[in-house]
Design a protein around this ligand. Structure first.
Ligand SMILES: Cc1cc2nc3c(=O)[nH]c(=O)nc-3n(C[C@H](O)[C@H](O)[C@H](O)COP(=O)(O)OP(=O)(O)OC[C@H]3O[C@@H](n4cnc5c(N)ncnc54)[C@H](O)[C@@H]3O)c2cc1C
Length: 455
């Protein structure tokens, strides 16, 4: 196919989440044709699955400016920029209207099952760059289709592939056998059935990020309520508790994100959660009606009734197997982006704005954006995704100058720890190679204030 003909093809966007829909809006704004393929039956399918969780970002930080421009003629009114939506609000009041404006350019119930260069598998060099992409789709009713694309923006997120309980990144021994007692989601304790599952029970919460904080705070709130007496949590961390454990607290430039950590800290301080540190989960055993978690070093915890695993997410790369991606060994994020977000290298959670340069692959014309671009790294922000798609779409449109310009200043987390705190004991010396140089912050224990200042 000649270059002109390829240029007539749509840009396929995988996923109608916040990043994918924003990408489509940017494409339309530049006069390019998007085709958004969404596996779920509604736009924002993944966000809707955590509709009960309140974002730590206010409305002003989760609406893409070009999407807003596209919505304006419909009479869409942006919610108050200073209020905080839930996932459900985000989907209903923003993602759905945006998908509605995009109309037929968004196909629902359309799962992308493979992407390749037309007639060229991963191995073949001949005329590779001259071939359009071929995108394999399977619809909900079982039909299959192939569409050709001039470029592919994969914004399929990581929500469907949560990490397991096992500290080695694989399911713990017995994890699958007790699947009925494990959740990989923050529970919606407003749902009576879910509430009954955790009320008055002991739950092990595995993980150390914002979702674990939210789960611990929710279980503590349940414990304080009339129907929740005796609700308790065992909070399991691979690392020791340090000044960073609860996030940036009041130094976080996103105050609601900082508050999540403080709420988790309160759950521990008030006795609703016992923290177990340095625990690398190896097995989950059934003990009558209870579950017993066993660590790699042989430690066995007191029995629990339920387990909530919030150990992060990982990207599904299976449908990209025939493409030549340049991914970092550790994070499974684009190689140029990885050092900017690697928690092994800096623990600030402060991410530098980036665009097409950091998101490029050896295979030209394919980009991973949004949550998926972070691979296994934590702390992705929607704002980051919006800047990514602005830059990527500019590059696809041939506007290199705009593509390479950084137009975003991201809020800092206020977590100051230097390098290497991802999974190490508190007494391990660090070479403060991160972006924040606050030596005292490294010494703060659980009883001390959670933060010592901003980055
Ligand atoms: C509980 C929670 C709270 C968060 N809170 C905040 C916050 O306060 N502020 C903030 O900035 N960020 C927050 N984030 C992070 C991030 O902004 C969100 O996860 C956001 O939804 C990421 O957008 P996305 O478009 O990259 O991915 P997603 O929202 O996951 O969207 C991906 C879409 O792709 C679809 N899909 C997947 N596979 C396929 C396939 N093979 N074919 C077709 N479609 C497919 C999915 O169904 C989904 O609709 C939060 C994340 C979580 C999980």
């Amino acid at each position: 196919m000649n270059v002109t003909a390829i240029d007539q093809l749509p840009v396929v966007v995988v996923g109608a989440g916040p990043a994918g829909l924003a990408a489509a809006a940017h494409l339309v704004d530049r006069g390019l044709e998007p085709l958004v393929l969404e596996a779920g039956t509604q736009a924002g399918a993944a966000v809707r699955e955590w509709s009960h969780v309140r974002l730590f970002s206010a409305w002003g930080e989760v609406v893409d400016p070009i999407a807003e421009k596209l919505l304006a003629p419909t009479g869409w009114v942006k919610p108050d920029a200073d209020t905080y939506p839930t996932g459900g609000d985000w989907a209903v009041a923003y993602l759905q209207p945006l998908a509605d404006v995009l109309g037929d350019r968004v196909r629902l119930d359309a799962r992308v099952t493979g992407i390749s260069r037309t007639g060229r598998d991963r191995v073949v060099d001949a005329d590779r760059e001259q071939q359009p992409f071929t995108v394999h789709i399977r619809y909900g009713d079982g039909r299959e289709e192939r569409v050709l694309a001039r470029a592919v923006i994969d914004a399929s997120g990581t929500w469907a592939t949560p990490s397991p309980a096992g500290a080695d990144g694989l399911p713990a021994l017995g994890e699958r056998a007790v699947a009925d007692r494990i959740s990989y989601r923050v529970p919606d304790l407003k749902d009576p059935a879910v509430r009954a599952r955790y009320a008055g029970r002991r739950t092990a919460v595995i993980g150390s990020g914002a979702s674990a904080f939210t789960a611990l705070a929710s279980l503590a709130a349940l414990a304080k309520s009339r129907d929740g007496a005796d609700t308790r949590a065992t909070w399991i961390l691979r690392r020791a508790i340090s000044g960073n454990t609860f996030g940036g607290g009041s130094a976080d430039q996103l105050p609601a994100r900082g508050s999540l950590g403080l709420a988790a800290k309160a759950a521990v301080d008030e006795g609703y959660a016992d923290a177990v540190t340095g625990f690398r989960t190896d097995a989950i055993e059934r003990d009558g009606e209870h579950l017993v978690l066993v660590a790699e070093d042989g430690r066995r915890l007191d029995p629990v009734d339920e387990v909530i695993v919030l150990t992060g997410f990982r990207p599904d790369l299976t449908f990209l197997d025939e493409l030549r991606l340049g991914l970092d060994d550790r994070l499974q994020a684009p190689v140029e982006l990885a050092p900017l977000i690697d928690p092994n290298q800096h623990s600030c959670g402060t991410v530098y704005p980036h665009g097409v340069k950091e998101l490029a692959h050896p295979e030209e014309g394919v980009y991973l954006v949004g949550m998926k671009s972070y691979g296994r790294a934590p702390s992705f922000l929607a704002l980051t995704g919006y800047e990514q798609v602005r830059s990527v779409v500019a590059a696809i449109a041939g506007d290199r100058e705009s593509a390479e310009r950084v137009e975003l200043v991201l809020p800092e987390t206020g977590v100051c720890g230097g390098a290497g705190l991802f999974d190490q004991p508190a007494d391990t010396p660090t070479d403060d190679g991160g972006c924040c140089a606050s030596p005292t912050a490294l010494q703060i224990g659980v009883g001390a204030p959670a933060v010592s200042g901003g980055c």
